[in-house]
Design a protein around this ligand. Structure first.
Ligand SMILES: [Fe+2]
Length: 443
């Protein structure tokens, strides 16, 4: 195949992926009853209507000038919908529903942006002519992954809405999975690659570069993610009231906000229940617990263990006992549904250990999917980091010593972001993410 022809095919595939990602986010907004669009399900974040406009404003701001030489047609919305909020610092937004444009106006903006971008991208594709300093393919990857990340963050935002504000879905019963017994797996001293080399054709965000090898001393790691059942033991043992288990900052946060249990748990009739996306169930003891970094750290201290570092997690996931490395825990094949709970197959977790085919070479389970995993590593640049000139704040704004790296993926993480170099990050007191953890012991 001629190189030019191959490039055209790659680009057509990217346009198809963008269209699929749009269907994914359109379907999410369609889950909401129309009067819910001006709600703010998480008090530190924007109202939902912002995100309806944001996904298109982001794409427009990324492409119109840099790649397509298109003229703005609604500069006010391009600006209004440009940036989200990171909830560090405690200041809460005070805007009211009436401060936002009418739904119809936002929908019209979305449609017009899509039409203009699609025509421009198609024309650029046909002519092979590019107007800007950045390759259109790279910007398309950025637009696709940005939208898919929002498909996940919007899911956990909508999770916090009252059940009656969402369209109801009948829950498909899951196959019963044999119960597993918690165990730890020894990982011998060795090396692992962090990051993505520039020579790799895979797309990566700025914080994934540059690739480098880390040496990791021997350690043991939980075979499974910590389950709701295990976490309940910590609660029954007064984990939330034992000051010694919490760092100063975490204790202050917990006390000031009156936090006494995971946000997805709900006490009812003297029993714990679990808020799923569309339902409320008796607490499923064998699902991974979803908690903040602060709560995960307190549990780890109580258990006499620690959260893994990013390098430990990476080694348990991708290294092999003979000194090799894999692209995914199970091998080098692209992710398939039998490898784990990811890529929008489900709305909620499955029991830990439900995907034996997804285990790593060392036998560690559930590494990709079923919940992001907190690490003890502060989010910071790798040596050789260079910010993307077209999106300078994507990572660099968060190299502030206040965010921790998460690895893995959740039921709502798209398959493309399961690559081993992908790094997610959140601040330690954010409870709403689909994130849990496993522990390590260091020898
Ligand atoms: Fe965004």
């Amino acid at each position: 195949m001629l190189a030019a022809q191959k490039d055209v095919e790659v680009r057509h595939e990217l346009l198809e992926r963008l269209a699929e990602a749009r269907s994914q986010t359109d379907a999410l907004f369609a889950l909401l009853r129309p009067d819910s669009l001006y709600e703010r399900p998480i008090r530190e974040r924007h109202r939902i209507i912002f995100y309806v406009g944001h996904l298109e404003a982001f794409d427009w701001n990324l492409f119109h000038q840099r790649a397509l030489a298109l003229k703005p047609f609604h500069a006010e919305f391009d600006q209004l919908f440009a940036f989200g909020i990171d909830p560090v610092g405690g200041g809460l937004p005070a805007d009211q529903p009436k401060d936002w444009p009418a739904q119809m106006e936002v929908r019209n903006y979305v449609n017009r942006v899509r039409q203009a971008l699609d025509a421009g991208l198609e024309a650029a594709l046909q002519s092979g002519a590019e107007h800007g300093e950045f390759p259109v393919d790279l910007l398309l990857e950025v637009a696709i992954e940005h939208r898919l990340m929002h498909a996940e963050t919007l899911a956990y935002m909508f999770h916090q809405l009252a059940l009656e504000q969402k369209v109801q879905y009948a829950r498909i019963p899951e196959a019963v999975v044999p119960a597993v017994t918690p165990a730890m797996i020894e990982i011998p001293a060795g090396t692992v690659t962090l990051g993505l080399p520039h020579t790799d054709r895979t797309f990566g965000w700025d914080n994934e570069y540059e690739a480098h090898v880390a040496s990791v001393p021997a350690f043991s790691i939980d075979r499974y993610m910590v389950s709701n059942g295990q976490y309940l033991d910590f609660m029954v043992a007064d984990g939330y009231v034992n000051r010694d288990l919490w760092s100063e900052a975490d204790w202050t946060w917990k006390t000031e906000h009156g936090i006494t249990h995971p946000i997805f748990w709900k006490p009812r009739d003297h029993r714990w229940h679990y808020r799923t996306m569309f339902d409320e169930l008796p607490l499923p003891l064998d699902w991974p617990v979803y908690v903040s970094h602060a709560e995960a750290s307190a549990y780890a201290r109580w258990a006499g263990k620690a959260l893994p570092t990013e390098a430990q997690w990476q080694r348990a996931a991708f290294a092999t006992p003979d000194g090799g490395e894999r692209l995914y825990p199970w091998g080098n094949e692209a992710p398939r549904p039998e490898h784990g709970n990811f890529d929008f197959e489900r709305w909620d977790p499955t029991p830990v250990g439900a995907f034996p085919q997804g285990e790593s070479a060392f036998g560690v389970s559930d590494l990709l999917g079923n919940g992001w995993e907190w690490t003890s590593t502060l989010f910071a640049p790798f040596a050789g980091f260079e910010r993307f000139a077209f999106y300078p704040g994507y990572s660099a704004d968060f190299f502030d010593g206040k965010h921790y790296v998460m690895k893995g993926g959740s039921p709502r993480t798209a398959a493309c972001m399961l690559r081993r170099s992908f790094r997610n990050w959140f601040q330690p007191h954010y409870q709403y993410v689909y994130a849990g953890f496993r522990c390590v012991t260091n020898r």
